[in-house]
Design a binder for this molecule. Structure first.
Ligand code: URA
Length: 196
């Protein structure tokens, strides 16, 4: 008997909840497994939970998350009905430091399993840590963003700026990070609408 996608994800989540594969299990308040809906059309992968995410057990609920919701809303998408959201790390690195190589390695099996279960058609790699988790490249996010790459399970994969970066760059002028994100989200929506 094949389990449904939500059932498979639930089993994986239970595995994460008891995970002690790296030191972050000692400092976490909550595992942040996923948010949004298990929609196989669109998956967004972020970096790691921050303070608010760790407290609430939900990804992207702080300021960056609010901006992310606005970016999706600008093209009529929402986390309540269109997007599955997860992170490369399921536990918060203390003081929001960069994830350590051993933490990324320990957590990779969970991200890979989320992708394998959902087989999303479109994967958005939000920021450089997410890019490094699925792409073998030395190019920075500025060079990669807005371009489509071949992702796992025949998905289309696009690196995009992390909303925290956009929060630090206020300009909306042509060529600015916010302006570029606006181009990217429109391209993402165009391809999203073509997918069945
Ligand atoms: N930044 C991320 O990359 N992920 C979150 O869940 C929150 C902030």
């Amino acid at each position: 008997m094949t389990l449904t996608i939500p059932a498979q994800l639930e089993i994986l989540k239970q595995k994460c909840l008891s995970c002690q594969k790296c030191g972050l299990c000692k400092t976490r308040h909550n595992i942040v497994f996923s948010g949004g809906v298990p929609n196989s059309k669109l998956m967004l992968i972020g970096e790691a939970p921050g303070y608010y995410e760790d407290m609430q057990g939900e990804p992207f609920v702080g300021k960056a998350g609010q901006l992310l919701d606005k970016i999706f809303a600008s093209v009529g998408l929402s986390r309540q009905k269109d997007v599955y959201i997860c992170n490369t790390l399921k536990c918060r690195p203390p003081d929001n430091r960069d994830p350590l190589p051993e933490e990324k390695a320990a957590c990779k099996e969970y991200l890979d399993a989320q992708i394998e279960i959902l087989k999303p058609r479109i994967i958005l790699l939000c920021g450089r840590v997410a890019v490094a988790s699925l792409m073998d490249t030395t190019l920075g996010i500025t060079k990669l963003r807005g371009k489509w790459f071949e992702g796992p399970y025949f998905s289309k994969m696009m690196p995009i700026f992390h909303p925290s970066y956009l929060l630090r760059n206020d300009s909306r002028e042509k060529g600015s990070p916010k302006w570029l994100m606006w181009q990217d989200i429109q391209e993402i929506k165009r391809v999203y609408d073509q997918m069945d």
